[in-house]
Design a protein around this ligand. Structure first.
Ligand code: NAD
Length: 295
């Protein structure tokens, strides 16, 4: 058996198309467009690439960008000042601070300073708490993307045995909360889990968010399971070039029923969900119902 490939690129393009249509409708019917501020500090090359891709997607979706690029040397007070300005600006509906931040800045302090209603990354403790309590709020983009992809394979996740490898605040924990909300039976595995392969073999749905190249092997997979590979790992390729691989080995395709590729799986969903979150945040702030775009 060879797994069917879950085409994250196509699914993300579809979602972005729906967001763009909804943005055009907002402009036509309500006379405003959602505004999004992406804040980048310093010159981390990976962050610069992410921010460039996000900014391009924002413009393509018809949203208004308020990008801010601050020098590496910026201090915490200056960054907090900028967040306060963006919080107060009614044209800015979503704020995203690209992580990691330079050492002199406490990331948690910055995240906590963002207005939870503008927290399109869904990392604010208020939104994490809402998610854990089953209350509506803004949900982290990559986990949301994982759920959308899983639901392309399983119309309902109710009763599925789901195993999440990884317990970060950015991916593992929120993905587990979202799976619980979908009525899956959820196990969260991590670096201290005993006999990880045996835990994984229970999974009808396996989400790997580890950050270790090709760690999940073919014999860890229950035959026919759905595997969502969140990992983005740079490894040496041929001719000294680097290539990107996931947390799941290629051989997993021989055991799984469905599998997300890397690249082209979860990655494109993250930006699409960021746009969907911004649209949602803008509607909430204007007292409008959130458009039903299937996210
Ligand atoms: P993280 O380092 O914060 O967390 C990794 C988790 O994996 C930890 O909870 C740890 O307990 C677990 N882990 C580490 N080694 C393990 C082991 N040997 N066995 C079992 N568990 C182990 O990373 P993160 O921010 O959650 O990201 C995870 C991966 O997802 C990374 O490769 C990252 O680049 C990728 N990522 C992708 C996207 C995307 O858009 N596709 C977004 C965010 C993160």
């Amino acid at each position: 058996m060879t797994a069917s490939i879950i085409d994250g690129k196509a699914i993300a393009a579809e979602l972005r198309g729906k967001v763009t249509e909804a943005v055009h409708r907002l402009l036509r019917d309500r006379g405003f467009v959602p505004g999004i501020a992406v804040v980048l500090v310093g010159q981390n090359p990976a962050s610069e690439v992410y921010v460039r891709n996000k900014s391009k997607a924002v413009t393509e979706a018809g949203m208004r960008p308020f990008d801010r690029h601050l020098p590496e040397s910026v201090n915490e007070a200056e960054l907090l000042d900028l967040i306060a300005q963006l919080n107060a600006d009614p044209a800015v509906h979503g704020i995203l601070v690209q992580l990691p931040l330079p050492k002199q800045i406490d990331s948690q302090k910055i995240i906590a300073a963002i207005d939870p209603d503008k927290d399109i990354d869904g990392f604010h403790p208020m939104n994490a708490g809402r998610l854990a309590s089953g209350l509506p709020g803004l949900v982290p983009c990559t986990p949301l993307g994982c759920i959308i992809l899983a639901k392309k394979v399983h119309a309902s996740l109710t009763g599925l045995e789901a195993v999440v490898i990884g317990r970060s605040n950015i991916v593992g924990k929120p993905v587990a909360q979202l799976l619980l909300a979908e009525n899956a039976t959820v196990t969260v595995a991590h670096s201290k889990t005993r006999d990880l392969p045996a835990v994984c073999r229970r999974a009808d749905l396996l989400v790997a968010a580890i950050g270790r190249a090709e760690m999940v092997r073919g014999d860890w997979i229950k035959p026919g399971a759905t595997v969502i590979d969140v990992g983005i790992n740079r490894v040496a390729g041929q001719g000294g070039k680097t290539r990107i691989v996931g947390d799941v080995a290629a051989e997993v395709a021989q055991a799984a029923g469905a599998l997300t590729p890397v690249p082209g799986g979860v990655g494109p969903m993250t930006i699409a969900c960021l746009l969907a979150n911004t649209l949602r945040a803008a509607c909430m702030q204007r007292g409008l119902p959130a458009p039903n775009i299937g996210s």
